[in-house]
Design a protein around this ligand. Structure first.
Ligand code: ADE
Length: 268
């Protein structure tokens, strides 16, 4: 996969792209990432990338010309062989909310172009006539699309074949099955009198798989019950959720040992 990123701040990407999984994916040539400074596509002496908003109001708006020019050049160089149009994605709080399903969808393409918005916004014609998609990473406003682009790249790249050590690794991730991940333990078996659940030491793989599935469902019910509506559950599992709800196991919502609850955390 090749990813082009248009930004006013290419230097922001150095840290995240030069460490861990992303760096390894680049080193192993499973992906390539090119950062393009939008300023390089201006033609005036001052390299102007933004201007006042027509109609007035505070804040500057990113001009259309450099962004159109940059994307058109990249598209021409791409020689897109896919039957689908090349995704040109604007990172913006107005976009569709990013999630694991969208990460999977984007991971099916061989080339992505990401545009990081900035300032008060971008000229509307970029939305109307250039981009194929708009993505938001959450209902909050960042200073620009750069951090959002890094989040999208990370979530997409780790899904590509061979990027994670073992092919199976992303399968159990939280959200991969529509459920949160089950609890994980490693050595020591007893730490400060807190023991690893006995079932995990049993060596009985079927029992362990059942326990993990049940824990994933229970955890999802406690922390993110709305996810269960879309999760792939068997009839038996759906029935067991009703029982858990009746027994009150979904209440309390304790996320850590300090009584911080998912409900109170999510309050605006
Ligand atoms: N740019 C500013 N805020 C953003 C957000 N929440 N998601 C994506 N891009 C953004």
């Amino acid at each position: 996969m090749h990813i082009d990123i248009l930004t006013l701040f290419p230097e922001m990407f150095g840290g995240p792209f030069n460490a861990s999984i992303l760096k390894r994916a680049v080193d192993q040539k499973r992906i390539s990432i090119s950062l393009h400074n939008i300023r390089d596509y201006t033609h005036d002496r001052h390299h102007t990338v933004d201007d006042y908003a027509y109609g007035g109001g505070a804040g500057m708006v990113l001009k259309p010309e450099p962004i159109f020019e940059a994307v058109e050049k990249l598209k021409a160089e791409s020689g897109n062989k896919e039957s689908r149009p090349l995704p040109v994605i604007l990172l913006t709080p107005q976009g569709r909310l990013f999630c694991q399903r969208i990460a999977r969808e984007l991971s099916q393409h061989s080339h992505l172009i990401l545009i990081c918005g900035h300032y008060e916004g971008v000229d509307e014609r970029i939305r109307q006539y250039l981009v194929t998609d708009e993505v938001s990473i959450g209902d909050y406003v960042l200073s620009g699309g750069e951090l959002a682009a890094m989040v999208v790249v990370d979530a997409v790249v780790r899904l590509l074949p061979g990027v994670l050590g073992s092919e199976a690794s992303p399968v159990d991730d939280s959200h991969a099955s529509g459920l949160l991940e089950y609890p994980q333990y490693t050595r020591p078996e007893v730490y400060r009198e807190w023991s690893v659940p006995e079932v995990l030491l049993s060596g009985n793989h079927a029992r362990i798989a059942r326990w993990r599935r049940q824990q994933a469902i229970q955890r999802t019910l406690q922390r993110r019950p709305e996810l269960l509506d879309k999760a792939n559950l068997s009839l038996k599992e759906a029935g067991s959720i009703d029982k858990l709800k009746e027994s009150g196991a979904n209440r309390g919502d304790v996320v850590n040992g300090y009584g911080i609850t998912s409900r109170s955390q999510n309050k605006p």
